[in-house]
Write a protein that binds this ligand. Sequence first.
Ligand code: SIN
Length: 303
Amino acid sequence: MTIIAPSIPGTAPGAQSAARAPLRIVPFDAPVGAEVLGLDLNQPLADDDFARIHRAHLDYHVLVFRDQRITPEQHIAFSRRFGPLQIHVLHQFQLPGYPELLIVSNIRENGQPIGLGDAGHFWHSDLSYKDKPSLGSLLHAQELPSEGGDTLFANMHLAWDTLPAHLQKAVEGRKAEHTYLAKYAELQKRNPWRPDLTAEQIAEVKPVVHPIVRTHPETGRKALFVSEHFTTHIVGLPEDESRELLAALFAHSVRDEHIYRHHWAEHDLVFWDNRSLMHLAAGTPDHLRRKMYRTTIEGDAPF
Ligand code: SIN
């Protein structure tokens, strides 16, 4: 059964900032995730609080900061504490004046999409198609639908730890190709508003090869690192064998017992670890509006 985070008594929007409680990390009753209480990102962040957040991010992989009424500048500044930021290849969907912020939204203005409406339609780890995929992403709720719009996270350490031995043996030491273009044409067919990529954009997202089992550079834990969205094939295997093996890895990764489902509340900021997780946007009914801002922090080359 997919587990949804319980709401914690006394944490209604505004409660923690008004009470100025000391910072607390409350793990969810789920395979990943914790809520960070007593933090207002409008205030300067003390070094010891930053260190606790950093530790909690490594331990729980998804951190939820409720009711953060922050500006784009504050979102960017907090994200930069963890590393340099990456700029998404779809420059069309940057927040004007803030190239580090990608607008993830199904809203159209004057017939034009204001953001990437189908980001997260397939399970993925952000920017796994880069030489240096993302360390983590921070998604900030701007406008939420009255129903739908959840985000699901799959724990890829658990996926590796629980992978049947014959599958572990089949993939250990192997590499797979990731490319941004893997599902682009399919997404464009479903969503004709998706822009054609220019030659410059295509050159920005050349296919890359990464280990199928990666080691988290900060914790040393192993994780599966292939996704439905961006992984095309396993290097050195015949096409049908590669397809079957990838299908088995994808199916195992997203078993219910590996998943936390985030139901968004106004002004939530959610920070996840792309080295430990895959995520999926569950979708928003077309007649409802959803708008989020996302930053993406650069990580290391997977090993
Ligand atoms: C993403 O894939 O970063 C978007 C997730 C979401 O909109 O829920």
